[in-house]
Write a protein that binds this ligand. Structure first.
Ligand SMILES: *[C@@H]1O[C@H](CO)[C@@H](O)[C@H](O)[C@H]1NC(C)=O
Ligand SMILES: *[C@@H]1O[C@H](CO)[C@@H](O)[C@H](O)[C@H]1NC(C)=O
Ligand SMILES: *[C@@H]1O[C@H](CO)[C@@H](O)[C@H](O)[C@H]1NC(C)=O
Length: 318
């Protein structure tokens, strides 16, 4: 039983590792850099829209022309009011009471991003396609509104989660399951269940969207020049994905197999030793049983079993 449990654990370990690795996905490093650069550009653009702003009012910002298609807004808040009142609706975001920032600032600015048709470009997700644009919510200190290249504050919901209500979501293909995807500021990717009404929930800031697994990473691209290009790119990404997820899994699996084989050898050796001992004991025992004793002219096996019945012994040996 114990051996079986041991084997079960050993064999399930590589699988578990693979699942963990694949669920703790990461954006490629170059994508993280460009996404962070974009955050920085958009913070700059958003803050330009805040010219003697009214607290709690969203201001739409202008983005550089080479980023047209992206929407950015900024809203300045007192951190006390954010914590005790929340923001009922800031574009697609619903911020509950209990959201606190670290480090503490008296005023903060919430920058909203809607990456629109740039979502794929800045947040490439091999194996998935977006059903909604990537939306971002990031917090910055609102002390100096002409500051640029500000670091983000760390904001967290402490009681209820922040909700993201996606209004225009493309329907998922038949049989495919739409999921929420969450990118934190370091490029790690997490998936979560989509709540009814196309709502995602989060306890932290970052970027959010709805995705569906895109089936058929087909190696042979079909008709359509434009499409061909896109799927070729996708294949490259898929290869990267395979390299980053599958290779470590396979290597881990092989190492574990070697360990398992080693254990098997040890176990088998122990086992054979044990059986040999048993055999020896058996032989010794049978020798004992087969010990012959002469009674008169006849040779009779002397059985120890009779020792338990002294009465009979008395009968045979008066
Ligand atoms: C947009 O142009 C600016 C310079 O004006 C450049 O720094 C930035 O990288 C460009 N962004 C993209 C996405 O091309
Ligand atoms: C997104 O759309 C805008 C026009 O609305 C266009 O200028 C821009 O190049 C598009 N971006 C991408 C990545 O296709
Ligand atoms: C605000 O930031 C700008 C740009 O970094 C800087 O020039 C200015 O001195 C800062 N103002 C204050 C009051 O810190």
């Amino acid at each position: 039983m114990r051996v079986r449990a041991c084997f079960f654990v050993l064999f399930s370990l590589p699988c578990l590792l693979c699942v963990l690795l694949s669920s703790a996905q990461q954006l490629p490093p170059d994508a993280v850099v460009s996404a962070r650069l974009l955050d920085s550009h958009l913070q700059d653009s958003a803050f330009r829209a805040l010219f003697s702003p009214i607290t709690g009012v969203p201001y739409d910002a202008q983005v550089p022309t080479n980023l047209s298609g992206i929407k950015v807004s900024a809203m300045r808040l007192r951190s006390g009011s954010l914590r005790t009142r929340g923001v009922l609706s800031y574009k697609e975001f619903e911020i509950p009471i209990g959201v606190v920032e670290k480090p503490y600032v008296e005023r903060l600015v919430l920058v909203y991003q809607n990456l629109g048709n740039w979502s794929d470009q800045f947040y490439p997700l091999p194996g998935f396609s977006y059903l909604a644009p990537v939306l971002g919510l990031l917090a910055y200190s609102g002390v100096n509104l002409s500051a640029s290249e500000l670091p983000e504050l760390d904001i967290r919901a402490s009681e209820k989660p922040v909700l993201v209500n996606f209004p225009h979501v493309r329907p998922a293909p038949l049989g495919a399951l739409a999921k929420c995807v969450y990118f934190d500021l370091h490029g790690s990717v997490q998936f979560d269940t989509l709540l009814p009404g196309n709502v995602c929930s989060t306890m932290q800031q970052g970027h959010f969207s709805i995705v569906v697994e895109s089936n058929a990473p087909s190696p042979a691209p079909s008709s359509g020049g434009e499409f061909q290009d896109a799927s070729g790119k996708n294949n490259k990404k898929n290869n990267k994905f395979m390299l980053r997820i599958l290779v470590p899994c396979v290597v881990g699996g092989i190492v574990l197999l070697i360990i398992i084989l080693g254990l098997l050898v040890v176990l088998v050796r122990k086992h054979t030793k044990g059986t040999r001992m048993q055999q020896l004991e058996c032989v010794a025992y049978s020798n004992e049983i087969m010990d012959m004793t002469s009674i008169g002219d006849i040779k009779v096996p002397l059985a120890f079993g009779t020792r338990t019945r002294p009465m009979i012994e008395h009968d045979y040996f008066p």
